[in-house]
Design a protein around this ligand. Structure first.
Ligand SMILES: [Zn+2]
Length: 218
C-alpha cells in the first residue's frame, strides 16, 4: 500500500482526523474529501480545511446540499434537537448519508486515480446507523468496483474500535494531542473538548478518560 494513493472521507472530527493520520502513515499519497451538506456549524468545514492545510493534504470540498433538501435532520437544522431515544435511530441520522458520501468519494477517487478509500465509520459505538456497518461497507465496495470497473479498496481502520481504542490509535500515530486540540466532534460546534454535554461530547470524553486511565496504569 505504501506506493499507492488514498482518499480519506474527512469531516474534521476525531475519527476522520485519526484516519487521516493513519492514511499518511500507510500510503504514499493522501487526499481528503469533505462534504458540505449545510452542517449547522460552519466551524466544522473551517476545522476540516485547517487540519488539511496543517497536514499539507490536498483537500476537496464537495457541495452536498441536496442531502439537506432530501432529509432535513438535527445535523443541519437548528430547529431539530439532537436526541437519542432507546430503540430508535437518533435524530442525527440522515438516511443514505454514508451511501452517498462513499459513492461520491469513489467517483472522486477514480478522477484522482486513487485506489484506496478510507472512512472512519465504526460499528462498535454503533449508534444505530445502518450505513456504518461493516457489511454495508463491504457491499458498497463491491458495488463501486462493478459500477466503475475498478479495484477500489475501502479501508475502515476504526470499524471495530471503541472510542478509547480510537484515542489509543491516535496516540500510536503520534497525534493524540493534535486530535484532542484541533478536531471538532461536538454537536454544538465547540472545538477540542467541546461543550461536554451533547451525546458526541460525552462519548468522546468517556473514551478519552478511559484511554488516559489505561495509559496511566501501564
Ligand atoms: Zn458537545
Amino acid at each position: 500500500m505504501k506506493n499507492e494513493k488514498a482518499i480519506v472521507v474527512f469531516s474534521g472530527g476525531q475519527d476522520s482526523t485519526t484516519c487521516l493520520f493513519w492514511a499518511k502513515k500507510n500510503f504514499k499519497e493522501v487526499e481528503a474529501v469533505t462534504f458540505d451538506y449545510g452542517q449547522r456549524h460552519i466551524a466544522e468545514l473551517e476545522c476540516a480545511r485547517r487540519i488539511a492545510a496543517d497536514l499539507a493534504i490536498q483537500h476537496h470540498v464537495l457541495d452536498m446540499s441536496l442531502l439537506n433538501q432530501l432529509a432535513p435532520n438535527a445535523l443541519t437544522r437548528k430547529d431539530i434537537k439532537v436526541e437519542e431515544k432507546e430503540g430508535e435511530l437518533p435524530s442525527t441520522f440522515v438516511p443514505g448519508r454514508n451511501l452517498l458520501f462513499l459513492s461520491f468519494a469513489g467517483v472522486l477517487a477514480s478522477q484522482v486515480a486513487a485506489k484506496h478509500i478510507i472512512t472512519g465509520v465504526c460499528e462498535t459505538d454503533f449508534s444505530g446507523y445502518p450505513d456504518c456497518r461493516d457489511q454495508f461497507v463491504k457491499s458498497l465496495n463491491v458495488t463501486l468496483n462493478l459500477s466503475m470497473d475498478s479495484q477500489f479498496v475501502i479501508h475502515t481502520p476504526l470499524m471495530w474500535l471503541n472510542k478509547a481504542e480510537t484515542w489509543k490509535l491516535a496516540d500510536e500515530l503520534g497525534a493524540l494531542e493534535y486530535v484532542r486540540k484541533q478536531t471538532l466532534t461536538c454537536y454544538e460546534g465547540v472545538i477540542a473538548d467541546g461543550c461536554g454535554e451533547c451525546p458526541a461530547c460525552r462519548l468522546r470524553k468517556r473514551g478519552l478518560e478511559d484511554y488516559l486511565a489505561e495509559r496511566q496504569g501501564v
